[in-house]
Every structure is written in structure tokens, then in C-alpha cells.
Ligand binder design. Structure first.
Ligand SMILES: [Zn+2]
Length: 590
């Protein structure tokens, strides 16, 4: 029998890969990009006319790219070996470089437009995208001169980008000697979640020993990528790599400092959680690193998709009937691809099809509570997209710190509601799961921030040796985890296994995670304070995520992210869970 809830329906995008419209759209992108550049060069038009036409045209092309890209990538997500989709994907990659050139031409045109403010004020086409235009104008000072830019891009291919690829090769080919087996690093790291304590400990020891085989080339990758970051920051006239990253994230130092201030204050609570978890597992001196992800408690309850639908509609409906209706429709109108199957990628995601005011969700539902929570998370992204409906594409580009607001909000809401109605054993399991993740996103992320800052600062003077990198990592772990972790059993090689440090062109790929989690929880705390009346503010907040600097977006609903008090209110939500976890854990083994 066919299941009522099973696969998503992509046919509203295109019927198939042989469709004439699909082929025509894909083939036209190169000309579209050229046409965008030609508009800007057309001397027979006024500067205002050129800008207006370029903006309208860019919106049109964005819609086409949105449609094509979603059709291709969503098909591949559930059918990785689809030949026609793979061929189209290659074609799309080539088209992206053409589109990138057109985007770059528009940026330079805006940079050279002296009277941008007058043009915006007098144009019905430019006014709705004013923020995007002003932002490009403001960033003009950080553009690299057009005659040098292509050379820098070329040299990055043999510099940072090459080191980044080398890192991936080193990581994926490392052989770990675990017991009598030779295993890949990812497999051994995955054993950290194993219920058997001996497996976790052996896996950790095997992992640590294995890094000796790649530590030297890995240290060269890290030192070189961070050196390139320093050079780029200078070329783009930023005072530091951190300032460059903050500008790209639409954040300011004051906001970042306020967040870290509150986080440092709450570190003792996270350490209380770690020590309580350690005691449950028989450790008296803090949690050893290898037990950070050890499972605690258990959940027997299984859910069907129908039950997940019911729970989400019920729980989210308490906050907003509109959101509940949206969720019901996402299930019923085939926006979601539910079950794992051969050829489908793991994990879950949500992608917006902006011009159609739809979202598509891919998940691998198997019936656990965490699968229900994943649906809540992804449908949060979907609700975010719904709140942005009708905006120009240029105004929908939210920076990474804000991108997880709605997903975290939904997750927090769901566990808040569900926790109130389950057995102590289930509560313990659910609380621990949430705290394990929060500890990674707050405590571990803080250690990564400290570590990366030290590498970048030291790089002004010299490349750090393997021994220096290990010592810096242990210092960062001491400053964040403190006595929550057993001082004898930490992880001096975290820099060698986390790919986030090695993305060429991205730096500090850490603090936006902490920001995202705590901002989502802080917004949830607002809801607890204001009740369902907050739903309208909430949607307005989500709608503005791509239209202003982060602090202004937050201020629009009365949140001051430059004030540590806001971050304390987010951390309080976590602290309550910690208190409850410690209490339950003590009741279990007094
Ligand atoms: Zn997400």
C-alpha cells in the first residue's frame, strides 16, 4: 500500500530533466549573466535607469536560478546517481562563475555611484532593496581593486584552497589502528556515541595516537590558511581577521563581546552538568573527553510520521495557529521527503523556493524523538521562509548568526512542551541530549574561538609548531571546559580533526553557531515572557533577518544583543535544564 506521507513532490519546479523549459532555462544562464553586465555598460541610459534595470533583472535571474538550483539539488539529494541531474549540476556550476562576474560588476557599479542615496529616495524600484544597495556601497572600501582581484582568486587556488583540499585528503585517508582493525577517522570518532564505555575509551586512545601520522602536514595547512586570512584582511583594509569576519556576518564587536561575557559567567553551570554526567558514568574527577558524547538514560517511545505531524501541529499551535496550519500543509502538500532509502543522502535540510512561497524539507525519519525534533527544526526554517515571502531576493540573504533563529526556536519549543509530560528516565535522556548539544555549541565553540584567535595572532610572528598548537588547544579547553573535563584526559588535537578551521575564505567559523543557538533560545525566552502575543513580533523579526545588521534586526523586537543581559536570558533557559539534569542524576545514583 502506498503511504500517505512518503516523498516530496518536485514537479511544481519542472516535470522532469527532459522538459523543454528546464533545458532552455539552464542554457540561458550564461547569456543572462552577460546581459546583466551589458545593462550596466549601456551609456545611452542614465545611471539611475541602469541601476534600476540591473536590479530588476537580477531579481528575475535569481528566481530562475532558485528554480533550477532547487530542482537539481533536491533531485540529487534523494537520488545521488541520477545521471541527468548530475550533468545539469555540472552545467550549473559553470553558470555560477558567470553569474558571479555579473554580481561583481553590479557591486563595482554601486561602489562608483556617488549619488546612491538620491537614486534610492526617488525610485520605487530601488527603495525596497535600499539596505542591500547601501551595504554594497559601504563595503566598497573593502573591495579589492578589480585589476588585482582575479590574481588573488587564482593564487588562492594554489594557496589556501589547496591547503584546504590537502586537509580533506589527510583526514579522509588517515588510518586509525583500533583494537585489531584499521578504520577511517570518521568511523572511530563516531564510536564516541557507543553505549559501551570500553569502546569509547579505546576509540579515543586510538584516535589520539593516530594523529601523529598527519600532525606535521596538518599544521602546515592550518598555519598557511590562517596566514592567507591575515593577508586578505589586510588587502581588504580590515584591522584584523576578526573584524573582516564580523563585517561579513553583519555583526559588531560589542555584540560579540556581550555574548562572550555572558557565556563566561555561565561556564560554571556547564561544568556542573559535565561533572554530574561524569559521576553518572563513574568518574570522580570531571568528565574524561571520551565520555562527552556517552549516551545517558533511554527513550523507548517510537513515533510514526502521522504522530509527528499531530504533535507538531498541537505544540506549535499553542504559539501560533498560523504556524500550525503551515506545518499541516507542509505534510499534506508533499513538501517533505520523509524516509531513508538507497541513493538518498543522510541528515536533513530545508530549502526555500522563494518565488513559489514554498519550502522543501528532506529528512531521514526513523521514528525516534530526535527525528521528530529534526522535523520541528527544519519546519522552523520553512516558517522563516514563509515569513520572508514576497521580499525581493536581495533582501532575503540572512547572515549565518541569524540563519538558525527559527529552527532553534522550534526545537526549544518542542522539547519544552514534551519534557513536561514524560517519565523521569525519558526526561533524563532528553535533557542530556539537549545539554550535550548545547555544551558543544557554547563551551566547545568558545574553546575553538580562543584557539583560532591565538593561532591568527601568533601567525603575525611565526608559524606554530605541532607542540605549540597542542598546547594552545589545551589552554583553550582549560579556559572553557575548566574542571568540567578531567584535566588528564582532554583532546590536544581538536585542531586536527575539525574541518571548520580549514575553510579557505571563512574564518572563525565558530561564533555564529553559539550566536545562533543562544539567539534562538533568547527569542524563545521572549515568547515565555509575552505569550502568544509574541507571534506577530516573531514573524516580523524573521522577515527582517536579511534586511539589516544583526543588532538592528534584534532591536526591531526590543532585543539588545549588545547587552549581556539578553544573553543571560538565553543562558537561563539552558541553566534550568542543567539544574533539573543534576537533580535527576543525583536521584538516580545518590
Ligand atoms: Zn538548521
Amino acid at each position: 500500500m502506498e503511504k500517505k506521507y512518503d516523498r516530496w513532490d518536485l514537479s511544481f519546479l519542472y516535470p522532469d530533466f527532459d522538459d523543454a523549459q528546464f533545458k532552455a532555462d539552464l542554457a540561458s544562464l550564461k547569456d543572462d549573466a552577460q546581459k546583466g553586465i551589458d545593462i550596466l555598460k549601456n551609456e545611452s541610459l542614465s545611471r539611475r535607469e541602469r541601476l534600476e534595470q540591473a536590479v530588476s533583472y537580477s531579481e528575475q535571474v535569481s528566481a530562475k536560478v532558485d528554480r533550477l538550483n532547487n530542482f537539481i539539488s533536491c533531485t540529487l539529494a534523494v537520488d545521488a546517481t541520477n545521471e541527468k541531474a548530475n550533468a545539469a549540476c555540472d552545467q550549473m556550476m559553470v553558470a555560477f562563475t558567470d553569474i558571479q562576474l555579473a554580481t561583481s560588476a553590479l557591486e563595482h557599479f554601486i561602489a562608483e555611484t556617488e549619488d546612491l542615496e538620491q537614486l534610492i529616495a526617488s525610485s520605487d524600484i530601488l527603495r525596497p532593496v535600499a539596505f542591500a544597495l547601501r551595504e554594497k556601497k559601504e563595503q566598497a572600501g573593502h573591495l579589492i581593486a578589480p585589476e588585482i582581484e582575479p590574481w588573488i582568486l587564482q593564487m588562492q587556488l594554489s594557496g589556501g584552497e589547496a591547503f584546504s583540499q590537502l586537509r580533506d585528503k589527510l583526514d579522509s585517508t588517515l588510518v586509525v589502528d583500533y583494537r585489531d582493525e584499521k578504520l577511517p577517522l570518521a568511523g572511530v570518532r563516531g564510536m564516541a556515541y557507543d553505549p559501551d564505555p570500553a569502546v569509547r575509551k579505546d576509540a579515543y586512545e586510538a584516535e589520539i595516537a593516530s594523529y601523529a601520522k598527519m600532525e606535521l602536514p596538518m599544521s602546515y595547512c592550518l598555519n598557511s590558511i590562517k596566514m592567507e586570512a591575515r593577508t586578505l584582511a589586510k588587502a581588504r583594509k580590515f584591522d584584523s581577521v576578526l573584524d573582516m569576519t564580523l563585517a561579513d556576518s553583519r555583526m559588531d564587536r560589542e555584540t560579540l563581546d556581550a555574548m562572550w561575557t555572558a557565556i563566561r559567567e555561565y561556564m560554571p553551570h556547564f561544568r556542573r552538568y559535565l561533572k554530574a554526567k561524569g559521576r553518572m558514568l563513574g568518574h570522580q574527577n570531571g568528565l574524561p573527553f571520551y565520555d562527552l558524547f556517552a549516551p545517558v538514560g533511554s527513550v523507548s517511545r517510537e513515533y510514526t510520521v502521522e504522530e509527528a505531524r499531530e504533535i507538531l501541529i498541537r505544540e506549535m499551535g499553542k504559539f501560533s495557529p498560523d504556524m500550525a496550519a503551515f506545518i499541516g500543509n507542509a505534510f499534506d502538500a508533499q513538501w517533505i521527503d520523509f524516509y531513508p532509502r538507497e541513493g538518498k543522502t543522510g541528515g536533513a535540510f530545508c530549502t526555500g523556493v522563494h518565488y513559489a512561497d514554498r519550502s522543501l524539507v528532506m529528512t531521514n525519519f526513523q521514528g525516534s524523538f530526535s527525528d521528530v525534533s529534526t522535523l520541528a527544526h527544519e519546519l522552523g526554517h520553512g516558517w522563516h521562509n514563509r515569513c520572508m515571502a514576497g521580499l525581493p531576493y536581495m533582501m532575503t540573504d540572512e547572515p549565518m548568526p541569524l540563519a538558525e533563529t527559527a529552527s532553534i526556536f522550534n526545537e526549544t519549543m518542542l522539547s519544552w512542551q514534551v519534557l513536561s509530560s514524560c517519565s523521569p528516565e525519558e526526561r533524563l535522556y532528553l535533557l542530556e541530549n539537549g545539554l550535550m548539544e548545547a555544551t558543544q555549541t557554547v563551551v566547545d565553540i568558545y574553546s575553538r574561538f580562543l584557539f583560532e584567535q591565538e593561532v591568527i595572532d601568533t601567525r603575525a610572528d611565526h608559524a606554530m609548531s605541532v607542540e605549540e598548537l597542542k598546547a594552545a588547544m589545551l589552554r583553550a579547553q582549560e579556559a572553557s571546559y575548566g574542571d568540567g573535563l578531567d584535566p588528564e584526559i582532554r583532546h590536544p588535537y581538536m585542531w586536527a580533526c575539525k574541518s571548520h578551521y580549514y575553510y579557505s575564505g571563512y574564518n572563525f567559523y565558530n561564533f555564529p553557531y553559539a550566536f545562533g543557538l543562544l539567539f534562538g533560545k533568547g527569542v524563545f525566552a521572549r515568547y515565555l515572557e509575552k505569550g502568544p502575543a509574541f507571534a506577530e513580533d516573531y514573524c516580523r523579526l524573521l522577515r527582517s533577518c536579511g534586511s539589516a545588521p544583526v543588532a538592528d534586526v534584534a532591536a526591531s523586537v526590543g532585543i539588545d544583543v549588545r547587552d549581556p543581559a539578553f544573553w543571560r536570558s538565553s543562558l537561563e533557559v539552558i541553566r534550568k535544564d542543567i539544574d533539573e539534569f543534576v537533580k535527576l542524576s543525583e536521584a538516580r545514583n545518590p
